[in-house]
Design a protein around this ligand. Structure first.
Ligand code: FAD
Ligand code: MG
Length: 321
């Protein structure tokens, strides 16, 4: 690469996640503005501390609607729509269960079955009432809580991409703790590593080569705890209230917008490999790389990326052409 294409990396910790920004010019000021933008969205959307607009909605559950800013309202509208898809594993109203399990946080524990049943009763996405005219959100049942953890990073990654484009950048990458969005591509494309589930910090199962795409990975190996020999990970089944149990160790979604990648990682977790591949046949703009517990890497299709397998303990199958 010529000097013009030197990569400058900037890092921060936001949303409880390591954030990496790659620019192709030495522009500390721009990097600071990007991190400030992410922090602004975090402050609106977080449910890990008050105040935030989402916490305001949660605190008013069962009492009254809360008007929020347009971007927060729009994100909640998209999250509700994803929750209402047929057999959707995505549920924006999963908050009470996330808070009770505390997976990935201090104080995690397996809740008693009767508590899970009681909390499930206040997680119906239909009870998230939206009012377009007032930009307001009303959680009709007391105790209800919205949690945007499965969609917010994707949304924010897209806003960072748009901001960088507006600032005249043509080549950049943002990684929000496993949620990657790219602007343009260096010569030969972006080469992005996918981690080997439960492997060492730098252990890669393979690399993805993309241009102008988002790459979002969700796995059961990042946030989990073990109790009595059983592993409990952070993607919950909205129908049972327990972690989703299937053949997957991780799924990576390649799409134009990172919000779709974030939504689809959760949807696909609910479907598994076979149903996931079938669903994606209707969505040529969205592609997946599944990594299974039985050490298979399955690609749904490979139209918008290339995948190179690096870990020879795994077998690559699926629609690789
Ligand atoms: P995904 O698979 O995309 O989503 C999993 C997350 O979504 C779960 O962690 C849970 O929050 C939620 N969820 C679980 N099951 C479902 C379901 N069925 N449907 C919908 N959602 C579900 N982490 C910290 O440790 N400390 C922080 O202070 C902190 N602050 C954050 C602030 C913001 C604004 C955001 C967006 C995240 C923050 N996080 C923080 C991380 C957060 O708690 C989640 O772990 C993270 O968003 C998971 O992202 P993912 O892409 O790994 O998982
Ligand atoms: Mg997600």
């Amino acid at each position: 690469m010529s000097d013009d294409h030197r990569v400058y990396s900037y890092t921060a910790t936001l949303m409880g996640s390591p954030i990496l920004l790659k620019l192709f010019s030495n522009n500390e000021a721009l990097a600071s503005r990007v991190f400030r933008l992410i922090k602004q969205y975090e402050d609106l959307l977080t449910v890990n501390r008050a105040p935030s607009q989402v916490m305001d909605i949660n605190h008013a559950a069962g009492k009254h609607p809360v008007s929020v800013s347009r971007p927060v309202y729009e994100l909640i509208r998209v999250a509700k729509a994803a929750s209402l898809l047929e057999n959707s594993a995505f549920n924006l109203a999963i908050g009470p269960l996330v808070k009770r399990w505390k997976i990935g946080f201090q104080g995690d524990s397996v809740p008693p079955a009767d508590e899970i049943a009681a909390l499930l009763a206040i997680t119906d996405p239909v009870d998230v009432m939206l009012d377009d005219a007032a930009n307001s959100v009303f959680l009709t049942q007391p105790g209800m809580e919205i949690d945007l953890g499965a969609i917010a990073k994707g949304y924010i990654a897209d806003r960072v991409r748009d901001y960088l484009r507006k600032e005249g950048e043509t080549l950049a990458l943002i990684n929000l703790g496993g949620n990657i969005q790219t602007l343009g591509a260096p010569e030969g494309g972006w080469s992005l590593g996918i981690k080997t589930p439960f492997g060492g910090a730098d252990e890669l199962i393979g690399t993805l080569n993309v241009e102008n795409k988002s790459v979002v990975t969700s796995g059961t190996y990042e946030r989990f705890f073990e109790r009595d020999g059983k592993r409990y990970h952070h993607i919950l089944n909205p129908r049972t209230g327990y972690p989703l149990d299937n053949e997957l160790d991780s799924v990576t979604i390649i799409s134009t917008n990172s919000i779709d990648g974030d939504i689809w990682t959760t949807l696909i977790y609910g479907m598994g490999v076979e149903k996931g591949c079938a669903a994606l046949r209707a969505r040529p703009d969205i592609e997946a790389v599944f990594v299974t517990k039985s050490k298979e890497v399955v690609v749904s299709s490979m139209q918008h990326f290339r995948f190179t397998l690096l870990d020879n303990r795994y077998r690559l199958t699926g629609n690789t052409v």
